[in-house]
Design a binder for this molecule. Structure first.
Ligand code: NAD
Length: 307
């Protein structure tokens, strides 16, 4: 069994972003990521702190907009609108989940697509699902990079994704299908889950249920990507029971240290991508325009041929 290490790859991605920021931007005019956090979720505080740290490393400016837990939908959306109009802001991230009284779909869709760094607005998702997007949600992009960086071929493979959120399950299923995998998307109402998972060459788990996947769900030699982040007695664990399945799979991503760091690294890439797009549009610096056309690896921008 080999470990799918997300830390080394995420450092490589962040170093590349850092180099590109130095090469393409002056000190006075750096890309800026605005993170909106609605208070009341401890885990979200940790995630936003790690995103700020990554921004600092990459030379990307960051700003955290902290809102009280009891904020109304209108007030939240007004704050988003304010950031939409702020010329200095390149990218906006609304940290999820939101408190139950808020409608996250409505709030996300208040972000203008040009600043929607996690590619979650209806317009950006529409482009992604039709195969004409140059970027994708950060976690889904990170999962693809983790597989490809370890030379795990996707084409023609039976891939089972458990969990159908737009943030993870649905978007990674879309990217995998565009890379010619045969994808089955399972969820809470799937009957006889094992019938699907036992046939999976690659199993991707994003359900938020600690150590749910045991060896009984795993085909011998399968590749397992564990997206889950759960806390038990202050310790972080994934949706896969690592010790129980490790002898039965060929590759497995650990939690922590697997998909998590890649989500943050891909957030840095997406921020730079949106900042570059804005620069090209506003034509501020024509000489650098070509250089700013940042390359992406998620593959969904390629014309879909031989289907
Ligand atoms: P979500 O709650 O929006 O969706 C969970 C999905 O899992 C749903 O589609 C549900 O139908 C399915 N599900 C739940 N229990 C199931 C079961 N027993 N059998 C089959 N399907 C089941 O969650 P999400 O935002 O997609 O996040 C999922 C997990 O991934 C969470 O632990 C979250 O913390 C983690 N996450 C990690 C990263 C990262 O960077 N590593 C990023 C985002 C989310």
């Amino acid at each position: 069994m080999e470990i799918l290490d997300g830390k080394i790859l995420s450092n490589q991605i962040k170093n590349k972003v850092k180099d590109d920021v130095i090469r393409l931007y002056s000190e006075e005019q750096k890309p800026l990521l605005a993170c909106i956090i609605v208070e009341g979720n401890k885990a979200s505080e940790t995630y936003v702190a790690s995103k700020q740290k990554a921004c600092e490393f990459c030379g990307i400016e960051s700003k955290v907009v902290r809102l009280p837990e009891n904020i109304s939908q209108i007030e939240l959306e007004n704050q988003i609108d304010f950031l939409n109009k702020d010329e200095t802001v390149s990218a906006i991230l609304l940290q999820l989940p939101l408190p139950k009284h808020l409608n996250s779909t409505s709030a996300i869709n208040k972000i203008i697509p040009e600043k929607d760094v996690d590619c979650l607005t209806n317009l950006n998702l529409g482009c992604l699902f039709s195969g004409y997007s140059s970027f994708a949600p950060c976690t889904a992009t990170g999962i693809i990079k983790l597989l490809e960086n370890n030379n795990i071929s996707i084409e023609g493979k039976n891939v089972v994704v458990i969990g159908r959120s737009l943030l993870v399950g649905k978007s990674v299923a879309c990217l995998l299908e565009q890379k010619n995998a045969t994808v089955t998307l399972c969820h809470r109402r799937t009957k006889n889950l094992k019938d699907y998972t036992l046939n999976a060459d690659i199993l991707i788990v994003a359900i938020g249920s600690p150590k749910f996947i045991t060896k009984d769900f795993v085909k011998t030699g399968a590749v397992i990507v564990d997206v889950g982040i759960n806390r038990i007695d202050g310790k972080i664990c994934g949706d896969v029971d690592f010790d129980n399945v490790k002898e039965y799979c060929s590759y497995i991503s650990p939690v922590p240290g697997g998909v998590g760091p890649l989500t943050v690294a891909c957030l840095m890439e997406n921020t730079l991508y949106l900042a570059n797009k804005k620069e090209i549009k506003t034509n501020k610096n024509l000489i650098k325009t070509k250089e700013r056309n940042y390359e992406f690896n998620c593959g969904s921008c390629k014309k879909l041929r031989n289907r």
